[in-house]
Design a protein around this ligand. Structure first.
Ligand SMILES: Nc1nc2c(ncn2[C@@H]2O[C@H](COP(=O)(O)OP(=O)(O)OP(=O)(O)O)[C@@H](O)[C@H]2O)c(=O)[nH]1
Ligand SMILES: [Mg+2]
Ligand SMILES: [Zn+2]
Length: 316
């Protein structure tokens, strides 16, 4: 009987693939009885990126898989709420070193409120985030001003911004360096180029990446499939997790007073607000509104904040 600790690299509902990272040698595994992560209400206790304790008799095979007996503590995780309005949530990935939120100026057009909502989610769950502005080949000239504006908004809020094109290859080296030594999760609206970017990072990767998202978009699959891929073969220099779109990439239990805590630039400014709590809307002596007036907080980000406050009110 061999025992060890490995990382979940694929979650196919009832069975899993594990690999003893940093090596890439996936082997099949199943849960041994009821494995619960303490304090979790998730419908899916084991997620891609989880570090688990496993045991097996002979060499693990599909017929005779290894058994997962324990999920080790997570440093972070991201969840997705179920499509129906139930409270159930689904952990989509755990132990993420960097989340790349991919956007493009056109096809599809960037939606900053959506981007900000995803960034808030990352902050809530303690996942570092980088904004990737893809398809820059399409708008190098006429979009130059807007590219600069987006860069300034998000760098100003404390997020790295990387411009990429999978057509010209620009920015791909920068992104590859950023991915080095990390478990990297790719998220963003359908069509922004998540799968294309992953392929650009390592052209040898399995082209079925795109199919996962398509299946999800058609809404046929209730059990989504999440998978980690190695960058650079059997001895990878990093890992990527492709996600099927961002639908239901949800926030849970965020109180009105909490929202600003997850806008890093607002959190920083709010230390000097006269009142606590402060909603940063009408209160006198609000340091956030002052920072907005001084151009230290961008109007776009502030508007996203107001939108989230408003939405919170609707659900009360
Ligand atoms: N011009 C241009 N087109 C791109 C670029 N990256 C991706 N595309 C195109 O954008 C389309 C969508 O790319 P995908 O990689 O499938 O996008 P995705 O984000 O994985 O989309 P889903 O899987 O549906 O969530 C494809 O037609 C790509 O060829 C780019 O840098 N420049
Ligand atoms: Mg895709
Ligand atoms: Zn305030």
């Amino acid at each position: 009987m061999k025992e060890g600790i490995a990382t979940v690299v694929k979650n196919a509902g009832s069975h899993y693939l594990l690999s003893e990272l940093p090596l890439w040698r996936p082997f099949p595994a199943v849960l041994k009885g009821k494995v619960r992560l303490s304090g979790s209400e998730s419908t899916n206790p084991v997620a891609v990126g989880d570090r688990v304790r496993f045991s097996f008799g002979e060499e693990p095979t599909v017929r005779d898989p290894a058994r997962i007996s324990e999920i080790l503590d997570r440093k972070n995780h991201l969840i997705r709420r179920s499509a129906n309005l139930s409270r159930a949530s689904h952990v989509i990935a755990a132990n993420i070193d960097m989340a790349y939120i991919i956007v493009s100026l056109y096809f599809p057009r960037i939606k900053t409120p959506l981007l900000d909502r995803i960034l808030v989610t990352c902050e809530v769950y303690g996942v570092p985030a980088t904004v990737v502005l893809n398809k820059v080949d399409l708008y190098r000239d006429e979009g130059a001003g807007e590219i600069a504006a987006i860069r300034s908004i998000y760098e100003g809020a404390g997020y790295p911004v990387i411009e990429t094109s999978t057509v010209t290859g620009e920015g791909i080296d920068v992104l590859r360096e950023s991915c080095r030594g990390k478990v990297n999760l790719f998220s963003g609206e359908s069509g922004v180029g998540k799968s294309s970017v992953i392929k650009a990072l390592d052209p040898s990767l399995d082209p079925k990446i795109g199919k996962i998202s398509l299946a999800h978009l058609q809404g046929k699959h209730t059990t989504s499939l999440y998978e980690m891929y190695p960058l650079g073969g059997a001895e990878p220099f990093g890992y990527v997790i492709d996600t099927p779109g961002i639908r239901g990439f949800g926030l849970v239990h965020l109180e009105k007073e909490e929202i600003a805590l997850y806008f890093p630039e607002m959190l920083k400014a709010s230390k000097d607000c006269r009142f606590t709590p402060c909603t940063h809307t009408h209160e006198p002596g609000c340091a956030v509104k002052q920072a907005l007036d001084d151009g230290l907080i961008s109007p776009e980000r502030y508007n996203s904040y107001l939108g989230m406050l408003e939405e919170d009110r609707k659900f009360r």
